[in-house]
Structures are given as C-alpha cells and as structure tokens.
Design a protein around this ligand. Structure first.
Ligand code: AMP
Ligand code: ZN
Length: 114
C-alpha cells in the first residue's frame, strides 16, 4: 500500500516512536495523544478496517491482543487499567484506513463516546 500512512511507518519512511514490535505487529506512540498513555497497535500487513479481517488474519488479531498486553506492561498500566479501542469506518470515527487498535490509559477514563 504505497500511500498508506501506517504502511509508511512500518517501512520506516515516516518516523515513529516504537513502543513494541514483533514480526507481525508494530506499536507506536500516537502523534496526537488523547490520554497520558496513547499507543497505536497495528498489524504490519495492510488491512483496511476491522471488517476486512478474515481467514488467517484472525490469527493476527491474537498477535495484536498479545501485543496490547505487552504495551500495557511496558507502559505500566496493566494493573491500573486501560482501554482498547477500534474505530471502524466513517461513523466509528476511523480516519486512517489501516487497521489499528488504540491503547488508552494513564488516567481515569470517562465513559463518554463523543
Ligand atoms: P482513527 O481515528 O481511529 O483512524 O485514529 C487514527 C490515529 O492515528 C489518530 O489517533 C492519530 O493521532 C494517529 N496518527 C495519525 N498519524 C500518525 C502518525 N504519523 N504517527 C502516530 N500516530 C498517528
Ligand atoms: Zn497500510
């Protein structure tokens, strides 16, 4: 995916602050944090949205959950708690069409959705 911003981050063409990485998954600091801890976890393979996860990619979702656990430990929010958010498509507020999981924490998060 030539023009995808997160694919460019995977290829190192756009800088990012990497929090955790393995063969399948990359986690980096969100450029516009919405909480004291805000990390974006992505599959290295381009998948546009949550609705496009199919077949073998379901296994990648397991790798992503494992990476979220690692990120939570690295950031010291595993015990205190955090939120894992996926925005899907327009009404879900998705702006970058490369599947990503937001890991939010570091403060008491409120329940509002908007
Ligand atoms: P979403 O609205 O779920 O598509 O969220 C996209 C997220 O990607 C936002 O929280 C942005 O701040 C974040 N983002 C966009 N570009 C970058 C970048 N170059 N480095 C880190 N995070 C980014
Ligand atoms: Zn991509």
């Amino acid at each position: 995916m030539e023009d995808c911003i997160f694919c460019k981050i995977v290829r190192g063409e756009i800088p990012s602050t990497v929090v955790y990485e393995n063969d399948d998954v990359l986690a980096f600091e969100d450029i516009n944090p919405m909480a004291p801890v805000h990390v974006v976890v992505i599959p290295k393979k381009h998948i546009a949205t949550l609705m496009d996860v199919k077949g073998d990619e379901m296994g990648t979702m397991g790798s992503i959950v494992s990476a979220v656990q690692e990120v939570a430990k690295i950031k010291g929010i595993d015990e205190k708690g955090f939120r894992m958010v996926v925005n899907c498509n327009e009404e879900g507020g998705q702006l970058v069409f490369h599947l990503h999981i937001h890991v939010l924490g570091g403060k008491r998060l409120r329940d509002e959705l908007d």
